[in-house]
Design a protein around this ligand. Sequence first.
Ligand code: SF4
Ligand code: SF4
Length: 476
Amino acid sequence: MNKVIRIEPVPVAAAGQGEVELYEIRRKIYPRAVHGVFARWRVALVIFTQVIFYGLPWLSWNGRQAVLFDLGTRKFYIFGLVFWPQDVIYLTLLLILSALALFLFTAVAGRLWCGYACPQTVYTEIFLWIERKIEGDRLARIRMDAAPMSLEKVVVKGLKHTVWLTIAVWTGYTFVGYFTPIQDLGVRAITWNLGGWEAFWLLFYAFATYGNAGWMREQVCKYMCPYARFQSVMFDKDTLVIAYDTKRGEPRGSRSRKVVPREAGLGDCIDCQICVQVCPTGIDIRKGLQYECIGCAACIDGCDQVMDKMGYPRGLIRYASQNAMAAGAGLAFEWRHLLRFRTVLYTTLLAVVATGAIVGLALKNPLKVDVIRDRGALAREAAPGVIENSYRLHVMNTDERARSFRIDATGLPGLEVVGVEQPVALEAAGARLLPLRLRAPADSAAPGPHAIEIAVRAADDPKVARREKSTFILPR
Ligand code: SF4
Ligand code: SF4
């Protein structure tokens, strides 16, 4: 008889595993204010990026907004340059350059973008600064959140949210101001006369700024941003990351300033938790490199302040590669390992693409021409012995000044342009769709299709010219 074996379910906790929670309740983070070299860099970058973002749409150039992405007319104005849909190659080059720059900076120094220039970091920094000014630093904020509701709390919180919302709405307004003339937008916003899409994007961007920088904060970096997940593939052991020097810091422990750490069997870490309290994502860098670390270096500044007070050398937490940390090496080691295969590759590609983009922009022809054959009527006899073909000619003047153009056609004896009043005048950054007719003697060549060229030249500058290929049909 077969023996029945009963398998008793073993509780996971009893097996020493601990239950895995599928949902983690957010623990609100109250980052402590920090001062130091990297905090100054972060503030400088916040000011630099925001002066550009808020200021650029207010600049004028040749009587128009200097930077305007006019989706209605499908023209992008960037100072003296006007980009048309046909210039999509430049957008492609810009995206490639941005990606290569991100790869290079990440390979050299980890999450520099996240720590200093990402809009999420920048706006969180601005919103946190306002929060500190209104509610106070970490302890005051913790106490206020824990306190029961009172008039003072309502007033303080109300003031903070009013300032946050004002900045968020201004940010949304600025964002839309890149796509529609900002001064006109302001007038229409004040008179409640915004278009549907303008109002939608203004409110959407404002809401995203307020929600992400005021409420979501580190959760955007931890759970929503895909870059945090794939950045590790761009790292190697020579990439600079924010690292805690375990050899120097351990064993950690509190002590008085008079104690000599080595004599007391201690490392340099006094276990004060400052590095955790200043961290905007609430992690403990002493546990090693974690994907939540956005590389803001606040823990370096915080720990350096502690080291100064204790009279220990700075740099217990510092920028260091894994290789340098393992070898106990310093800055000279990092410099020697800066040039390696992937950094040389990214730099070379970056230089090649950037040179190509600059040369392309410098040689950019301000004239664009499209020739479209009239498919409805391939060829007709316009007069006895004269054949006429019809086309549509799209002439685009991407220059910042009005020009006149002459149109010629070559490829058959006696081929001539008719039906267009020459020269063709085009306003600055203007375009015209012209019905174009070409005529040639019926006996100028054998019946059938013949390759021809249609040339468009600026009347005042022969270098501004285009030659487009097409066909002329002589019927049998
Ligand atoms: S701030 Fe420095 S000393 Fe204080 S716990 Fe962090 S690593 Fe240790
Ligand atoms: S661990 Fe340090 S560098 Fe990383 S996010 Fe926290 S404070 Fe910034």
